[in-house]
Ligand binder design. Sequence first.
Ligand SMILES: O=P(O)(O)OC[C@H]1O[C@H](OP(=O)(O)OP(=O)(O)O)[C@H](O)[C@@H]1O
Ligand SMILES: Nc1ncnc2[nH]cnc12
Length: 170
Amino acid sequence: MDFEPFIRDIEDFPKPGVVFKDITPLLKDYQVLLKASDALCNMVADHAIDKVVGVDSRGFIFAPLIASRLQAGFVPVRKKGKLPFDTVSASYELEYGTDSLEIHTDAIMKGEKVLVHDDVLATGGTAKAVCELVEKLGGEVVQCNFLIHLTFLNGAQKLNGRKISTLLEY
Ligand SMILES: O=P(O)(O)OC[C@H]1O[C@H](OP(=O)(O)OP(=O)(O)O)[C@H](O)[C@@H]1O
Ligand SMILES: Nc1ncnc2[nH]cnc12
């Protein structure tokens, strides 16, 4: 299925010069939602995944759907200060300055195979920080899985050879 007609471009959101890829048209149609979820799962069919890590906040939409289909657990990575238990953190670059992401220290066991999922790979700063968090806990990132890859922002380079799979490329 071609998912591109269900991605809406919003110019100058959230700031001037950015073309925002809005996935809500894809989400609101239940048949398309199901097919997108299937396609994201099919990209990882060869792996036995222990945990699917979803990234705050749009990564939380598909990550639990993928996890339940792969019979894996779901683990949230959240922006700083949101997780209630002990955490480890990793900082990442934003357009102006840095922020940090956190994961619970007991979320992933040493040696577990992890699929990292987010809706969009842009500059790669977010996904790189998430991979670092998983690896700090001893997990193995077997794939970074995205709905959309904005290739012109060169985010793949930041992921240092980690395997990347995406449904749509721009
Ligand atoms: O590759 P990068 O340049 O790091 O950008 C990608 C990240 O940006 C968006 O999240 P955002 O920080 O806008 O938060 P949101 O999901 O809460 O909207 C998107 O959902 C990714 O997480
Ligand atoms: N252009 C974009 N559209 C949607 N999400 C994004 N995250 C980073 N850049 C984005």
